[in-house]
Design a protein. Structure first.
Length: 19
């Protein structure tokens, strides 16, 4: 889910990277 990751830098580290 790149949506929340792109919005938040912190989330991108452990969310977008996994997605």
């Amino acid at each position: 889910e790149p949506d929340p990751g792109m919005a938040s830098a912190s989330t991108t580290m452990h969310t977008t990277t996994i997605a």
